[in-house]
Structure formats: structure tokens, C-alpha cells
Design a protein around this ligand. Structure first.
Ligand SMILES: Nc1ncnc2c1ncn2[C@@H]1O[C@H](COP(=O)(O)OP(=O)(O)O)[C@@H](O)[C@H]1O
Ligand SMILES: [Mg+2]
Length: 283
């Protein structure tokens, strides 16, 4: 038994000349929420589907719960829960019927009432799927992934298209799954989602990992702080590694001259600044 739930080394995948994943390596520790963060087309879904055993890699080695997903076993499948980027549900089945149907595939399913509660769909138990809102459907997708009581969950953009309230509710669900000891691979293009949920993040850009670390580590290597103010109606922006000294000089000079630094602001780099500096196209 290794301590890592997932190990990926030098993974590569192309589609007819499109290099979707270009030799990425990372590991996910048991019990952590790992965020794969990147813009559309970065290679997130390709990576996740290889780990799920739904696509074959061209090169590299992959181990998921100690198994090569190219040779899945039934027992392995039962330990994995998948929420695909767009799930397929039966429009005329109710929420409860869905969960019962999928529970039937597992030797030891999690009780469907618990699943309903985890995903916050108790009140919708007898509603047909076609009457659910987009956010409720997404929660049912998650419920379907949870009925098998998996150890490892793959969530591919679980909150894309959610309004802010639904997103916060989904984050709560993901946090409660983490506290149940689940290992979670979450893909997202929302920086805030990665920052709030993930223990560690890998930033994916055009099929390559351009940074890995905790959100705090990533902001620690961030570009410099920015100081901005207005002078004679003109906005001045300064980048500095030493904001204390620069502020002292600026404000000292202003006070001596009896001037004011209008609209003075100091920006500490956020994960968003780091993400944008890593993923912005330069060409
Ligand atoms: N089945 C496919 N056939 C051809 N190209 C694909 C296929 N799936 C993904 N791609 C391409 O691979 C790249 C990565 O896609 P994807 O893994 O879906 O990224 P993400 O999930 O980060 O948006 C994109 O350029 C996409 O157009
Ligand atoms: Mg995707």
C-alpha cells in the first residue's frame, strides 16, 4: 500500500497531432483534495479520463489506487467515483430512483438516504430528473458518484455554470467528503475554487504543468507586490519585492512636500495573479 492515491509520471496524450497532455507528472496523497487548475483546453479532462481508465495514454506511467487504469479490475472500479464534465441522467427517473439504480451496481453501496443528504437533494427525492435545475442535476451527478462509497473521487469541473449560492453549497459538500477521508481530484478553471478547496494545486497550461504546490506556496513565489496611486490625475503603478521600504519612501516624500498620494493602494499577489501570470498567452 503506497501513501499516494495517484501517481502520474511523464504522461502524454495526443489526438491526431494535437498534443493535449505533454509529459506531466504529479502525485495525489491519500486523503487530500488535489486541484488541477487550468483554462479550457489545457488538458484537464484528458488527464482525468486517463486516470479513470476511459482513455489510453500514449506514453508515461499511471497508478491509481495501486492499479494501472489500462487494466482495471472490478474491485478497483468500485473504489472510484466519477463525476464527468457532463453527466448523463435518465430524464424520467426520479432522484431517488437514480440513486437506487446505481446503488444496485455495488456490493456495498452507501445508503441512498445518506447520499441524498450529502448532496442536499432530500427535498427533491421524488422529483423527476428532467424537472431539476442545472445545479441540482450536477448534485445528482455527484450523488451517483457517491453511492458506491468510493475512496477516490474524480470531479471534473463540478461547479461550472453554477450560480454563487449553488457553488458555495457544492464546496461545502466537497469539504464534507474530504472530512470523510475521501481522496479527491478536482479540475476547475475557477481560481477561487482551487484556492478554497484544494490542499495542493497543479496549474496546467497547454498540456504542461507550470506550477505545483499548496495555494500558499504558489502565492509565495508570486510576482512582486504592486503599489498604485494617482499623481496629477495620472495613475502610477509600481512593482516591488519590498513594499515596506517603497511605501516608506513614497509617503515620506509626499508628507515632506505636503502632497497627498491619491487612491493609494497596495496589492499583495493572489493566487489569481499567479495563475494569470502562469497561464496568460504571451504570443
Ligand atoms: N476526443 C478528442 N479528439 C480530438 N481532440 C481532443 C479530444 N478531446 C480533447 N481534445 C483536445 O485536447 C485538448 C485538451 O482538451 P481537454 O483535455 O478537454 O482540456 P480541458 O478539460 O482542460 O478543457 C484541447 O485542445 C481539445 O480540443
Ligand atoms: Mg474539461
Amino acid at each position: 500500500m503506497t501513501a499516494n492515491a495517484v501517481e502520474v509520471q511523464n504522461l502524454q496524450k495526443s489526438y491526431d497531432g494535437v498534443e493535449a497532455v505533454r509529459g506531466i507528472s504529479f502525485e495525489i496523497r491519500a486523503g487530500e483534495v488535489f486541484g488541477l487548475l487550468g483554462p479550457n483546453g489545457a488538458g484537464k479532462t484528458t488527464t482525468v479520463e486517463i486516470l479513470e481508465g476511459y482513455r489510453r495514454p500514449d506514453a508515461g506511467t499511471v497508478s491509481v489506487l495501486g492499479i494501472d487504469p489500462r487494466r482495471p479490475t472490478l474491485d478497483w472500479r468500485e473504489r472510484i467515483g466519477v463525476v464527468p464534465q457532463s453527466g448523463e441522467l435518465y430524464p424520467n427517473l426520479t432522484v431517488l430512483e437514480h440513486l437506487r439504480l446505481f446503488a444496485g451496481y455495488y456490493a456495498q453501496p452507501r445508503p441512498v438516504n445518506e447520499v441524498l443528504e450529502l448532496v442536499g437533494l432530500e427535498e427533491k427525492a421524488s422529483a423527476k430528473t428532467r424537472t431539476l435545475s442545472g445545479g441540482q442535476r450536477r448534485r445528482l451527478d455527484l450523488g451517483v458518484a457517491l453511492v458506491g462509497d468510493p475512496d477516490l473521487l474524480f470531479l471534473d469541473e463540478p461547479t461550472t455554470g453554477f450560480d454563487p449560492g449553488a457553488r458555495r453549497a457544492a464546496w461545502e459538500t466537497i469539504r464534507s467528503l474530504r472530512s470523510l477521508g475521501k481522496t479527491i481530484l478536482l479540475t476547475t478553471h475557477y481560481i477561487e475554487e482551487a484556492q478554497r478547496l484544494a490542499d495542493r494545486v497543479a496549474v496546467l497550461r497547454r498540456g504542461e504543468i507550470v506550477a505545483t504546490g499548496t495555494p500558499a506556496e504558489l502565492t509565495g513565489v508570486a510576482p512582486a507586490s504592486r503599489i498604485s496611486y494617482r499623481k496629477d490625475g495620472e495613475r502610477i503603478d509600481l512593482q516591488t519585492e519590498d513594499p515596506t521600504r517603497v511605501l516608506h519612501e513614497l509617503t515620506g516624500e509626499a508628507l515632506r512636500g505636503g502632497a497627498r498620494l491619491e487612491a493609494l493602494e497596495v496589492h499583495r499577489p493572489t493566487l489569481e495573479d499567479v495563475y494569470l501570470s502562469l497561464t496568460e498567452e504571451t504570443e
